[in-house]
Ligand binder design. Structure first.
Ligand code: CP
Ligand code: NVA
Length: 306
């Protein structure tokens, strides 16, 4: 694996497989109560410029379970909030820490941090990508469906960071991906076109959710209003009408289709209560798996080699 995890496009299929196989081992160890400390004496800094529940807790607890220490660094409580540059911050933090996880707005910020830091940098979400989330999602599909190759994933809703990460995963892992998005909220053209050009699987964009879910193994969705888009709330709620993952849409897919949501969910908007709490929902398995896959990433980037 490369030094950093900035985006799933940068991973090889072998990297994905290694992460999934270590995540599986680490999950078993944790369930069996086995003490395993490959990060003994190591420290992860976690910089947050946006809120978080799952990312913060799963990284913090995961690092602890691996014998390391995680520091929560709220952007505005550091000198970043007062204008210290990313390169200077990276160089100073590299003298104390063994790795950095960052959640911020611009992908360029994460890239600049990674370029300037001597230590691994992990993207904990930007406006463009959420690689750790999709690692957990594909791991969940693999665990519960025995693999990812030739599976069919339908992503319904906003062409956002989650959609972009699904596109990169489908490109590397050869599963089919159909995105159903409103015309004004499609994924970035460059990311979609690159994947369509390079992938051996079928990655397509449609505007009818019913077309996307037909024969799907997974239906995934996400909020219509991502962090930082709060001012667009009314316009977005209107634009996404017809893109709700509800009982009717799920019934149009396979009986045992897995319904995924990265969370937090906005019940009654992109997903109904009935689907969130229904028999097809695996949303909390995904949330749990965030920790297991991230532990695998931490072990591979920061720990003793497995
Ligand atoms: N899915 C996810 O990243 O959740 P948080 O925003 O709570 O970290
Ligand atoms: N697309 C959402 C994902 C939250 C985990 C956001 O960026 O707010």
């Amino acid at each position: 694996m490369q030094k950093d995890l900035l985006c799933l496009y940068d991973l090889t299929k072998k990297d994905f497989d290694k992460i999934f196989s270590r995540a599986s081992v680490l999950k078993k160890k944790q369930k069996q109560g086995e003490v395993y400390h490959p990060l003994k004496g190591k420290t992860l800094g976690m910089i947050f410029e946006k809120p978080s529940t799952r990312t913060r807790v799963s990284f913090e607890v995961g690092t602890f379970q691996l014998g390391g220490l995680a520091l929560y660094l709220r952007w505005t409580d550091t000198q970043l909030g007062r204008g210290e540059s990313i390169p200077d911050t990276a160089r100073a933090l590299s003298r104390y820490l063994d790795g950095i996880m960052i959640r911020t707005f611009k992908q360029e910020t994460v890239e600049e941090l990674a370029r300037s830091a001597d230590i691994p940098v992990i993207n904990g979400l930007t406006d463009l990508y959420h690689p750790c989330q999709t690692l957990a999602d594909v791991f969940t599909m693999t665990e519960q469906r025995g693999g990812y190759a030739n599976r069919k994933v339908a992503y319904i809703g906003d062409g956002n960071n989650i959609a972009h990460s699904w596109i990169n995963a489908a490109l590397r892992l050869d599963f089919d991906l159909t995105l159903a998005c409103p015309r004004n909220h499609t994924p970035k053209d460059a990311i979609l076109k690159r994947a369509q050009k390079e992938a051996s699987s079928n990655i397509s964009l449609v505007h009818d959710p019913y077309k996307a879910v037909k024969g799907a193994d997974v239906i995934s969705t996400d909020t219509w209003v991502s962090m930082g888009q709060e001012k667009e709330y009314r316009e977005r709620i209107r634009a996404f009408k017809g893109f709700q993952v509800n009982e009717e849409l799920v019934a149009a897919s396979k009986d045992d289709v897995m319904v995924m949501h990265c969370l937090p969910a906005h019940r009654g908007e992109e997903i109904t209560d009935g689907v969130m709490d229904g028999k097809n929902s695996v949303v909390f398995d995904q949330a749990e798996n965030r920790m297991h896959v991230q532990k695998a990433v931490l072990e591979l980037l920061m720990g003793r080699k497995a």
